[in-house]
Write a protein of this length. Structure first.
Ligand code: NI
Length: 138
């Protein structure tokens, strides 16, 4: 059995969102969601870390070709969220309140069956420098 290695690719994207429930008033939304409920949107600079776990292929020395992983993340995630409004523009977030929790799970779902050569181990999303959200498929 080959040794297993965890490999992480970091990407960044900028996006707008608003956290709100349409059935609530602006005041009620403010109480639940704070500044992120601002009716006229606001943005975050997100950092995404995608970790793949796999055995090192003895032929290549790779778990997965990092260029290929970067491409998978760009095609399935970054191109759909970068400089977008997450409430309106991003099909894979339709119907969700775009909290970091929900975005993290949705990104996992976008990537989980597209990784070959290793398996998706975790998706981490940093909304600010001080908080991040991690999903491991459970
Ligand atoms: Ni926000």
């Amino acid at each position: 059995m080959e040794k297993k290695v965890y490999l992480t690719r970091r990407e960044t994207f900028a996006a707008a969102h608003r956290l709100f429930k349409s059935e609530l008033t602006d005041e009620e939304n403010l109480k639940i969601f704070g500044k992120c409920s601002n009716p006229n949107w606001h943005g975050h600079n997100y950092t995404l870390e995608v970790t793949v776990l796999g055995e090192v292929n003895p032929d290549t020395g790779f778990v997965i070709d990092i260029k290929r992983l970067k491409e998978i993340i760009h095609v399935n995630v970054i191109s759909k969220v970068d400089h977008k409004n997450l409430n309106i523009d991003t099909a894979f977030l339709k119907g969700l309140i775009p909290t970091s929790e929900n975005i993290t799970i949705a990104i996992w779902n976008q990537l989980a069956n597209k990784i070959s050569g290793g398996k998706l181990y975790s998706v981490k999303l940093y909304e600010t420098e001080n908080n991040y959200f991690e999903y491991k498929g459970e």
